[in-house]
Design a protein around this ligand. Structure first.
Ligand SMILES: [Zn+2]
Ligand SMILES: [Zn+2]
Length: 272
């Protein structure tokens, strides 16, 4: 039996004889059903036409994304820390080359996922590297395949490793999370923000949406909650969720500037 993968959002479902009838992740208003309808693939089929590409942001921080672009175009990040390797977010395709290369880099000690648009094939990745998969409990309703070593975490932060913290920002999804690596960027800090704060095209600002494909924005209160969650954390570099979405320097200031710009654009004076 195959574990079918939705080609629109990249979510993998439990093994079945036939593809699922629906994809609740796509049916949710934060995603969409393509006008051509829902279609499905498998790891085996995907590997016939796609490869995983790599991008080094700096030594110890590698982006991994499928090429040609697949599903939402998600990019995972492999952080090689002195306490072990962490996979932040996940992508659907996991082929033999990817397993071989990551094992040569020391494998993966923990996987952490920002929100349902990156649940993808997290079960396959967790199994291949014998790594637990951390998902915020507030996003549990969107877990479509739960037969791996899944660890639901609660609250506002989780210390994953001595210098790696998961931070719940909420907004896009109730459990939307970010990852902070204190020792990244030469000790000045790296923030992986995924869709909680979205790195925009100038790579100098971020923005905030409840639904990115349907352009439904977040309210002032949610954006201020994300800013409050990040207040204690210093970061020089910030990674969004595609290969190219990166703010390389001055990211904390860029984030703060962007919060002010966003609140002004939606007509909020910033007061709660
Ligand atoms: Zn889908
Ligand atoms: Zn998303």
């Amino acid at each position: 039996m195959d574990a079918f993968i939705c080609t629109a959002c990249g979510t993998q479902y439990p093994p079945s004889q036939t593809p699922p009838e629906r994809c609740p992740i796509c049916e949710d208003e934060r995603q969409f059903i393509p006008p051509t309808g829902q279609s499905w693939t498998t790891q085996e089929r995907l590997a016939l036409s796609h490869v995983n590409g790599w991008l080094e942001y700096e030594p110890g921080i590698l982006g991994i994304a499928t090429r040609p672009r697949f599903a939402i175009g998600q990019r995972a990040v492999l952080l090689c820390t002195e306490h072990g390797n962490v996979l932040w977010d996940c992508i659907s395709m996991l082929d033999a080359a990817t397993v071989t290369l990551i094992k040569a880099l020391g494998g993966i000690q923990a996987i952490a996922i920002s929100h349902p648009h990156f649940h993808t094939s997290m079960t396959d990745w967790g199994r291949a590297f014998d790594a637990p998969v951390h998902v915020h409990a507030d996003n549990r309703d969107w877990i479509m395949r739960s037969d791996g070593d899944l660890r639901l975490w609660q609250g506002d932060t989780l210390q994953l490793l001595p210098d790696v913290t998961l931070i719940r920002g909420g907004g896009h999804f109730p459990g939307s999370s970010m990852l902070h690596w204190a020792k990244g960027a030469g000790g000045r800090g790296v923030l992986c923000a995924s869709d909680t704060a979205y790195v925009v095209n100038d790579r100098k600002h971020v923005s905030f949406m409840w639904s990115y494909p349907n352009l439904l924005p977040l309210g002032a209160r949610e954006v201020q909650a994300i800013a409050t969650a990040l207040q204690p954390f210093a970061f020089e570099m910030m990674l969004g969720n595609f290969f190219e979405s990166v703010i390389r320097t001055g990211a904390k200031q860029a984030f703060e500037r962007s919060v002010a710009r966003y609140l002004s654009a939606i007509g909020s004076n910033g007061a709660q």
